[in-house]
Design a protein around this ligand. Structure first.
Ligand SMILES: Cc1cc2nc3c(=O)[nH]c(=O)nc-3n(C[C@H](O)[C@H](O)[C@H](O)COP(=O)(O)OP(=O)(O)OC[C@H]3O[C@@H](n4cnc5c(N)ncnc54)[C@H](O)[C@@H]3O)c2cc1C
Length: 392
């Protein structure tokens, strides 16, 4: 069967790997002219490590990743607000959690795809999707090329997915009222004694640092903001320093020493859950079908899960694409919807600008039994996984 994948991000590349490994003939079309990397880094949680194992890239990913042991919550004044033990999540789920730079992550996936004999067709921007006389989707690109296939996978992301629009009609991402500046910090000296995620909470403000090694980390500084369009890289460091410099020496250091070209400013949007994921022979996956906030920690992880489970559903129902799509949607919808709402819930407490609300939030965090939080996170993220529960 011929499969066309629209979009060469995490969902598109990983689904192409999964499908090619199962014998499908796959082509990926991407609008950018060459490989690009959005974002700074990601935590590959155990549910995603499990999928990377299935895709045959886990060892390569591990080789360039950090193994975070905990996620510490700290007030902007430096008080401990509690700590999530990541090692216990790993133990319950049977796979490691890994912190990795986005460029390393994407490069490993693309390299794997190449070794399977599939190359990405860059410089192909989808301009229109329409239904042809055979009730299949006809894909039009801005360069004049028109194609169709047995199966079309819409993996064209969060903000302007034409695939989502084709399937669902409604296609408007929701601005969730906060900005993230994200960056990658590298130093010649050892800065991080332990690979521990530090999550600092202020009033309507938050700064997170995720070490990848003893001298490398990615970070995100966020604030509540009604503004949605001001972006001037010359001002990024001044903006960040005016908010976060007084919080901790490490924050001051990572902001100061991150080159401005490695900082990005994002007005953070998600998308309301959509129930309809397929029409004719097209199915949407990844952010095109469920785009959670970064506060969910699961966007890329869920894109990976989609890739694997879609390939599984297609192989088990290969004479009936419609059936495979229905089974896939049934398997994935509730979990991804819950993750969208979990991301919104956390964001609404982190970016609440009310000082009294944030004081009570911090007090509650201090009283939280974080050992139970680890168990709930493992149970939530482990849903639908056929884990082997290996002892590492
Ligand atoms: C600030 C921020 C931080 C994040 N941090 C994390 C994190 O720590 N952990 C995590 O798991 N997730 C994180 N995420 C979420 C994660 O980045 C996404 O969920 C993930 O990238 C989704 O993959 P995707 O392939 O669906 O979309 P994308 O990675 O966006 O890929 C979509 C691809 O489609 C292409 N495309 C779009 N339109 C067209 C078109 N018309 N024609 C051809 N190609 C097209 C794009 O160029 C792109 O390459 C974060 C997101 C944000 C915004």
């Amino acid at each position: 069967m011929n499969v066309v994948v629209l979009g060469g991000g995490v969902a598109g590349i990983s689904s192409a790997i999964a499908l090619k490994k199962k014998g499908f003939n796959v082509t990926v079309y991407e609008r950018h002219e060459s490989e690009t990397n959005i974002g700074a880094g990601i935590v590959v949680w155990p549910n995603a490590a499990y999928i990377l194992d299935k895709l045959g890239v886990l060892n390569e990913i591990k080789a360039v990743s950090g193994y975070p042991s905990s996620m510490q919550r700290i007030s902007s004044e430096g008080d401990s607000l509690g700590s999530i033990n990541i090692k216990s999540i790993n133990k319950i789920m049977g796979y490691p959690s890994l912190s990795i730079l986005r460029k390393d992550f994407q490069n490993i996936l693309i390299k794997k795809l190449k070794t399977l004999g599939v190359s990405v067709k860059y410089g192909h921007t989808v301009s229109k999707l329409e239904t042809n006389k055979y009730n299949k989707v006809q894909v039009h690109f801005t360069n004049g090329i028109d194609i169709t296939a047995d199966i079309v996978i819409g993996a064209d992301g969060r903000m302007t997915s034409l695939a989502r629009e084709y399937v669902n009609g409604e296609n408007i991402p929701v601005y969730q009222g906060f900005i993230n500046w994200i960056g990658v910090f590298e130093s010649d000296t050892k800065v991080f004694k332990e690979i521990e995620v530090k999550d600092y909470w202020g009033t309507g403000e938050r700064f997170g640092i995720v070490p990848v090694s003893e001298n490398k980390a990615y970070w995100a500084g966020g604030i509540a903001s009604k503004n949605t369009n001001e972006r001037n890289p010359e001002n990024y460091k001044t903006e960040l320093k005016s908010i976060f410099s007084s919080w901790s020496n490490t924050i001051e250091k990572v902001i100061t020493e991150t080159p401005v070209e490695k900082i990005n400013k994002i007005y953070v949007h998600d998308h309301n859950p959509i129930e309809k994921w397929h029409k004719n022979n097209l199915i949407v996956i990844g952010d095109a079908s469920h785009a959670p906030l970064p506060t969910s920690g699961q966007g890329a992880c869920q894109a990976l899960e989609d890739a694997w489970y879609l390939a599984e559903c297609l192989i088990k129902n290969n004479t009936n694409i419609e059936n495979a799509f229905v089974k896939f949607t049934e398997l994935r919808y509730e979990k991804t919807k819950s993750i969208i709402f979990a991301g919104r819930n956390l964001a609404s407490t982190l970016f609440n600008p009310d000082a009294e609300f944030c004081r009570i939030r911090n007090e509650n965090s201090k009283k939280t039994d974080y050992s139970m939080v680890s168990v709930s996170m493992a149970e939530f993220w482990g849903q639908n996984m056929q884990l082997e529960f290996s002892p590492n």
